[in-house]
Design a protein around this ligand. Structure first.
Ligand SMILES: [Zn+2]
Length: 275
């Protein structure tokens, strides 16, 4: 039998598939009963509905506050009902203008203690990034490993997954599709830290740890704040015109979710092997 060759293009972080900071806006898209994507093909955030207002996961780049606000309104959500923002990690394209919402609406901001410090340290900046990309706003609390963050009827299991950044957090939480319950995962930091042995080793261990945590929950959905890693733009486009009875393209089997997470693990292993 001929040797198997994958017909798929390269892994998502191959140079030709990432254009730092660039992207086309995606229309705000509700794709579960309680979950809406807001953002671009480069980076986005997730609006989660609870019985006591909204939680947002990540917050896009620091020039996007009005865009997020407008998108919430388009999605039928009052920005004044945004009660909390959970930040995966201390890079500007994830904590964005959380300070804007904190000041204007009293939204509470949460991130890990490690990345709260790290995001104020110039060592966290990508090459050539201005100092103004460091975190400028105060936060309201830390989220820690194994913590269950709750608002109203919703819960978010917070898992410390260092690697992409030292204090990166990933989340596991319930979503519903036409009333059917699923468990979603948000892998907090996708890209490998090239050339950093310790970070890559941490990233691999974190990926195993996260797999164990979401398997224990029976998770069957993966989302990412970087849509280029998982064809999210194309899948969201499908969700905007999904006919009754057609499966939600974000729902997979728990086994498929493990294989998807293994794709990330392999990226970090390959980078480590190249050192
Ligand atoms: Zn990052």
């Amino acid at each position: 039998m001929a040797e198997f060759r994958s017909w798929r293009p390269g892994r998502p972080h191959a140079e030709n598939r990432v254009r730092m900071g660039q992207g086309e806006n995606i229309p705000p898209t509700k794709f579960f009963d309680n979950l809406t994507f807001i953002g671009s093909t480069y980076v986005g955030c997730f609006l989660v509905e609870t019985s006591e207002g909204y939680v947002m996961l990540d917050n896009m780049c620091n020039k996007d506050a009005q865009y997020i606000e407008q998108s919430m309104i388009e999605a039928g959500a009052d920005p004044a009902d945004l009660k909390a923002i959970l930040i995966t990690h201390g890079h500007m394209d994830h904590f964005g203008n959380a300070g804007y919402f904190r000041e204007k609406y009293g939204t509470k901001i949460y991130m890990s203690e490690i990345d709260a410090a790290w995001s104020k340290n110039p060592v966290s900046l990508p090459p050539n990034a201005p100092l103004s990309d460091l975190r400028q706003f105060d936060i309201d609390g830390y989220i820690s490993d194994g913590e269950i963050f709750r608002l109203g009827n919703m819960w978010f299991e917070c898992v410390w997954t260092p690697g992409h950044t030292p204090g990166c957090m990933s989340f596991i939480f319930p979503v519903w599709d036409e009333g059917r319950a699923h468990i979603a995962t948000l892998w907090g930091g996708t890209g490998p830290v090239k050339g950093d042995r310790k970070a890559l080793e941490d990233h691999i261990q974190s990926s195993y740890k996260f797999t164990e945590a979401f398997t224990a929950r029976g998770a069957d959905v993966a989302i990412s704040t970087h849509p280029f890693v998982d064809n999210a733009a194309e899948r969201l486009a499908l969700c905007r015109r999904l006919a009754d009875g057609v499966p939600n393209p974000f729902v997979m089997s728990p086994d498929a979710l493990c294989r998807f997470q293994a794709m990330y693990t392999q990226i970090y292993k390959d980078e480590l092997a190249a050192l």
